[in-house]
Design a protein around this ligand. Structure first.
Ligand SMILES: *Cc1c(COP(=O)(O)O)cnc(C)c1O
Length: 462
């Protein structure tokens, strides 16, 4: 195309203010309408200069509305989790109990006594809202909260062991998803790692021989996301505590998931509870807020008062402190653990998912299947599958579950279409099937999932 024609087409484009006037006011705020118009016109100019044809003004308006929708919709889309992985880190880990959601909404709306002592009118400490509850549940003396358990571990090591030695078994040098590795956290804290034993076996005498005048802590790390099998041996916490007491060295227990209820109540293998670590004599226990508590992202540090006070005073504590929404959600989530397993299964989404029986899931799968409209090239069937706790808890334990398997001409394309929907759908592709596990669906999502699957199948293969 000649320059003359290009110039002609460019000149036909409306000015920004002309296009803005054609967009109905209710389509967006003045700022977003202006932004969308600018971006559409910019794009048109590029199209023209690249030799593509000019658009009529009506089409431009449609493009502005589409652009408005794109720039004003939230990036934080909801996901229907059909993977069967209950605590899925990429999908935000825990679904919080209703009481926690209410607490967040109540506190988010206005002012609160976050750090204000109503008695004196002076500044207080934000830990008071969760400390008593944690101590009540764990049987501990004091507690403080950090941004997450990785932060909690860093804070504890920095406050109690910087410039000194931390004894840790080689079988416990964990890497938790990506960049959280015990040796790296140790280095960052300024503590010196004193590794002992072997990958598969560490003995009490290894600990005893490692103790010297520079030892600050004996650290135990729960091997959350892996299992060492065969000729193995770790020293029980009680024995570490006994040894520590002999030399006045505190034992710090990084539990990771740190449940407050025995998972065997839900037909799962037991994971260590925070109260059992405290009872065994751990001086400080660290755990996550969004693993087996099923609350907000947080790191819970609890144990003996003299250590918690020292941790609270460390400069990193301020850098890693949590906000009011986390505190509100954590308090409400923890309160549920005063109740029995049955109550938890009825009122906590995480424990409802743990407790869901295979018969119930089969009924759900039947219902789901009956809602599907399958094009001729696709098929669906009920299948037995496995759910997982996720987030590094019980890594090798498969929870028997029921799902629906979809077969289509192109499963990768179907999975991508489902991922790009709103809500997005997360599924598992296995054995030539798209597997949708019923266990991780939340109330009301079954119908929504069926509608999303139907519309994807229609779009691709009808
Ligand atoms: C998960 C885990 C962490 C990290 O906890 P986040 O809350 O994810 O930061 C640290 N230590 C152990 C043993 C864990 O299992």
């Amino acid at each position: 195309m000649k320059d003359l024609e290009l110039n002609e087409l460019l000149r036909e484009l409306p000015a920004v203010h002309e296009l803005v006037e054609k967009i109905p006011d209710e389509s967006g705020t003045p700022a977003t309408i202006l932004m969308a118009c600018r971006s559409v016109l910019e794009n048109e100019r590029t199209l023209i200069l690249d030799g593509k044809k000019s658009q009529t003004s009506e089409k431009l308006q449609d493009k502005v509305l589409i652009e408005l929708d794109r720039i004003t919709s939230s990036s934080m889309k909801n996901v229907i989790n059909a993977t069967g992985v209950i605590l899925h880190t990429a999908l935000g880990r825990a679904c919080m109990p209703g009481s926690a959601v209410e607490a967040v909404s109540r506190i988010a709306q206005g002012y609160s006594i976050l750090q204000w002592d109503c008695e004196t009118g002076r500044r207080g400490h934000r830990d008071i809202h969760t400390e008593r509850l944690i101590c009540e549940l764990a049987g501990s003396e004091a507690a403080t909260i950090a941004n997450n358990n990785a932060g909690a571990t860093l804070l504890v090591l920095s406050a109690l062991a910087s410039g000194r030695e931390v004894i840790v078994s080689r079988g416990q040098l964990v890497e938790i998803g990506g960049s959280f590795r015990i040796p790296d956290v140790m280095k960052q804290s300024g503590a010196h790692m004193h590794e002992i034993g072997c990958t598969n076996r560490t003995h009490l005498r290894d600990y005893r021989e490692a103790i010297n005048e520079n030892t600050a802590i004996i650290l135990r790390v729960h091997p959350s996301n892996y299992r060492i099998r065969g000729f193995t041996g770790e020293v029980p916490l009680e024995q570490l505590v006994e040894l520590g007491e002999e030399f006045s060295i505190p034992v710090v227990d990084d539990l990771g998931a740190g449940s407050y209820v025995d998972l065997s109540n839900f037909g799962l293998p037991s994971e260590p509870t925070v109260q059992s670590s405290i009872e065994a004599g751990a001086a400080v226990v660290t755990s996550s807020g969004d693993k087996l508590i099923g609350g907000p992202q947080a790191g819970i540090i609890t144990g003996r008062k003299k250590y918690i006070q020292k941790i609270r005073k460390h400069p990193l504590a301020r850098a890693l402190r949590v906000g009011k929404l986390t505190i509100a959600a954590l308090e409400a989530s923890l309160m549920l653990f005063r109740e029995n397993a049955e109550y938890l299964a009825d009122n906590h989404p995480l424990y409802r998912m743990f407790a869901a029986g295979v018969d119930h899931l089969r009924t759900e799968a039947d219902k789901f299947l009956s809602l599907l409209t399958l094009p001729g090239s696709c098929s669906a069937s009920i299948l037995e599958t496995d759910s997982y706790v996720g987030s590094g808890s019980l890594p090798d334990y498969a929870i028997p579950s029921v799902g629906v398997g979809l077969e289509s001409p192109d499963n990768d394309t179907l999975a991508r279409t489902l991922r790009q929907g709103n809500p997005a759908v997360a599924s598992r592709i296995e054995d030539g099937l798209i597997k949708l596990d019923m266990r991780t669906l939340q109330p009301g999502e079954l119908e929504m999932l069926a509608a999303l699957v139907n519309s994807a199948l229609q779009e691709l293969w009808a």
